[in-house]
Ligand binder design. Sequence first.
Ligand code: ADP
Ligand code: TYD
Length: 208
Amino acid sequence: MSRSGLFLSFEGIDGSGKSTQARLLADRLRGAGREVVLTREPGGSAGAEEIRALVLQGDPDRWSAETELLLFTAARRDHLERTIRPALEAGKIVICDRFADSTRMYQGLSRGDLRGKVDALHDLMIGVEPDLTLLIDMDPAIGLARAKARNTAEERFEDFGQPLQERMRAGFLELAKEFAPRFHVIDGARSPEAVAESIWATVSARLP
Ligand code: ADP
Ligand code: TYD
């Protein structure tokens, strides 16, 4: 894929502040005259948003981890074809609230070890990594309380409870080591403004 833009992703457990920080970063970049596409997963294109409702609503045991992996990958493929790739080819900055690292964690780790299948499917169908990934690290008890306070219908993963969030936090920190040059770990247990400053310091150093 020819890529003249910059591809940024936010990762972290539920309620860690990804959406808040993605929005603040998009505003700041736009203020600096950059063209930004702010998007999210699952979703970010019409088809992928339809899949979003299937995977985020309903009982935690609605899908097996394997079926979920296929659904998230289908959504990502559509998002990549219709939203991310065209924006990067047009030289824009893409900010994505979650991307493939979330699949490595939530489908790869949460219910048995499916990481091999996750990686194989990623190589086959996606094959793209962000240029920079901002991992917002956060105590799962605080994250889950924040996420639950939002009170939406999209709580399927939050309903797996705090033990899952604990595993996801540890897993994300491991992933940050595995993909060290791409990942930057940001302490999320501060005011939104302080977190945003750390993120800006990292991102502004990477701007073309
Ligand atoms: P995520 O996208 O990671 O789930 P959100 O950005 O939606 O997280 O934040 C979850 C909730 O916590 C929201 O109600 C948001 O307003 C609040 N929040 C976000 N960042 C902070 C922060 N640094 N301190 C306190 N509350 C925050
Ligand atoms: P999101 O809307 O970002 O939730 P939150 O704002 O609470 O962090 O994502 C919804 C859920 O989808 C989240 O619990 C993680 C899950 N998810 C996966 O399981 N696999 C994936 O590939 C992605 C992108 C998300």
